[in-house]
Design a protein around this ligand. Structure first.
Ligand code: FEO
Length: 400
């Protein structure tokens, strides 16, 4: 296979793989992705992370464009999830490095995933590892994204290897943030945060508070997915601070599924009420928008207004699936409200309200249900519901 490394600094090369066809990552609708690995040409030549197993040849080809892979002395595993460790066993077998390093939990996770022919050495937060002429240090980032996750910092070159954090699932031939349109970078970083990192926001907030005190002179953030940050590092930090401490805005997401357009009509009346009341509705029907894009919009939303008709005394499956997906991602800052039509068994609003309660989301309204097709009176009640939610949002939120 023919593939080249990309030089990032005098001593650091990107040697990862581009997965052009990945469309789904555990419920996340992706536009391909990259599995980033990095080669440090120090006295002790070091590889940071590897790639998904089936991309091992691409990793080897990129390394081989710079050095013979067998010359690698050390491998550092920042994250044991298999998109970064899948080819580690074969790489170790081939290279037989002098040492392999991971966090304490990383050592355990690697042993629990693979039979490795070498011992994995534990490193802890604050430890320094001499590569001869260059030095690595390690930063604890437990649960961002797995218990084993850690950052590695290359002091002399100012490179922060951040594994999943600051990543994005975006396949591209460009390797740097400033080679991609700023709006695209922000959206894809937000989408990655919402779908992967959000459940651990309390830990992200602590990390973002701690980082300045470490006095790192960061010139590059090199994550395990997507482009390397060199021009928008401050933006990336600002966004992670914002997303990890979300505030309610006037934005109200109206998300729904409909059977015979009754719930859809209710959604449009609620949206009119939201506008009239000064909120900013964003309408996202579930049959048009992917759940992973909807949850991205939740990052800065003040309310989730969810609509579903009653279907066999239950919720329509796409709404139930959306609620389950959102529940796992632990969005709690926004308020919730529900609405929907029914035929003979009004259940959906009760079920959605219970789901909000389970998700620890405050209700902005008791909910609105209507039999079969909403008449003028029901449409007025939907409008009033939108108005009432908007009033709560405008009383309690930041500008959205
Ligand atoms: Fe990209 Fe948590 O793995």
């Amino acid at each position: 296979m023919k593939a080249h490394a990309v030089k990032l600094t005098d001593k650091v090369y990107w040697v990862g793989a581009i997965d052009w066809s990945l469309k789904e990552f555990h419920g996340y609708d992706t536009q391909g992705t990259t599995y980033n690995a990095y080669l440090i040409l120090a006295d002790k030549i070091t590889l940071i992370d590897t790639v998904k197993a089936e991309f091992k040849d691409e990793l080897l080809a990129r390394i081989s464009s710079v050095i013979e892979p067998e010359k690698i002395d050390y491998i550092v595993s920042n994250h044991a999830e298999m998109d970064h460790s899948g080819s580690l066993p074969e790489m170790i077998q081939r290279i037989m490095p002098e040492k392999v390093f991971a966090s304490k939990e990383g050592v355990k996770a690697l042993i629990e995933h693979f039979e490795l022919p070498v011992e994995v050495n534990e490193v802890s937060a604050g430890d320094e590892l001499s590569l001869g002429n260059l030095n690595l240090s390690f930063i604890e980032t437990r649960m961002i994204h797995w218990p084993d996750s850690m950052f590695t910092y290359l002091k002399e070159e100012g490179v922060l290897f951040s594994q999943d954090a600051f990543g994005m699932h975006l396949a591209s031939t460009e390797r740097f943030d400033d080679q991609i349109k700023p709006g695209k970078i922000e959206y894809e970083a937000a989408k990655y945060y919402a779908n992967i990192i959000n459940p651990y926001s309390n830990l992200v907030a602590k990390l973002m508070d701690k980082l300045p005190g470490l006095n790192l002179d960061i010139k590059l953030i090199a994550p395990d997915h997507g482009p390397v940050w060199r021009s928008h590092i401050e933006d990336a930090f600002k966004w992670y601070r914002q997303w990890s401490k979300p505030e309610r805005t006037k934005k109200a997401l109206v998300v729904y599924e409909t059977m015979w357009h009754s719930t859809e009509k209710m959604a449009s009346a609620i949206a009119e009420g939201l506008i009239e009341g000064g909120a900013i509705p964003k309408i996202m029907p579930l049959d048009t928008f992917h759940s992973s894009d909807i949850v991205t919009e939740l990052l800065d939303a003040g309310a989730l207004v969810l609509g579903c008709p009653t279907f066999n005394s239950a919720l329509l499956p796409p709404v139930a699936a959306f609620l389950e997906y959102a529940r796992g991602l632990k969005f709690r800052h926004m308020m919730g409200a529900s609405f929907g039509s029914y035929g003979w068994s009004p259940k959906s609003v009760k079920l959605m309200n219970e789901a909000f309660e389970n998700m620890r989301i405050e209700l902005a309204h008791e909910g609105m249900q209507t039999k079969y097709v909403p008449n003028d009176e029901a449409m007025q009640e939907c409008f009033d519901m939108g108005l009432a939610i908007a009033k709560k949002l405008t009383n309690t939120t930041q500008e959205g």
